[in-house]
Design a protein around this ligand. Structure first.
Ligand SMILES: [Zn+2]
Ligand SMILES: [Zn+2]
Length: 155
């Protein structure tokens, strides 16, 4: 049986979180990891208790939906809320981060970004990651992950 690598395991977790997104414009998930331990996760969604885009439609300003907080930002804020240091951590995201999330990732001290899909990769985000010595690596999501489950896990 093939054993799932840590990279693919954390990337799978981000894809699972993405299914919780409440804005249909993009389903994004993010997982923050330190020392091979998941410390936070986030998806693209409204503030806690707020209305969801999937129920009330998007709130559009200048071609962007402003109702949601991006997955990466939500994961970082979860660390802030519960007092979990992000310095030196790694983040696994389903899509290449936008410029705003890129800045937040750098400022939170996150040193490695793993992403599964290219998404409007902005050259400025790329430039900022490079200047901050943040390693950015593409880890494509393994789609046939169910094949990794053996009968033993279904007992
Ligand atoms: Zn929306
Ligand atoms: Zn973003």
């Amino acid at each position: 049986m093939e054993r799932l690598s840590w990279d693919h395991y954390f990337m799978a977790q981000s894809h699972l979180l993405a299914t919780r997104s409440t804005c249909e414009r993009l389903f994004v998930g993010a997982t923050i990891v330190r020392d091979k331990r998941i410390i936070a996760g986030g998806y693209n969604g409204s503030i806690a208790g707020g209305p969801h885009c999937i129920d009330e439609g998007c709130y559009m300003i200048d071609g962007h939906c402003v109702r949601t907080i991006h997955a990466e930002m939500n994961a970082i804020l979860q660390c802030a809320k519960f007092g979990e240091p992000t310095d030196g951590a790694e983040i696994y995201v389903t899509h290449y981060p936008c410029v705003q999330c890129c800045k937040a990732i750098i400022q939170a001290g996150i040193k490695t970004v793993y992403f599964a899909k290219d998404y409007k990769n902005h050259p400025y985000a790329n430039e900022l990651f490079e200047a901050a010595n943040v390693t950015v690596k593409k880890v494509p999501f393994k789609k046939n992950i169910d094949k990794l489950f053996s009968d033993k896990t279904e007992a």
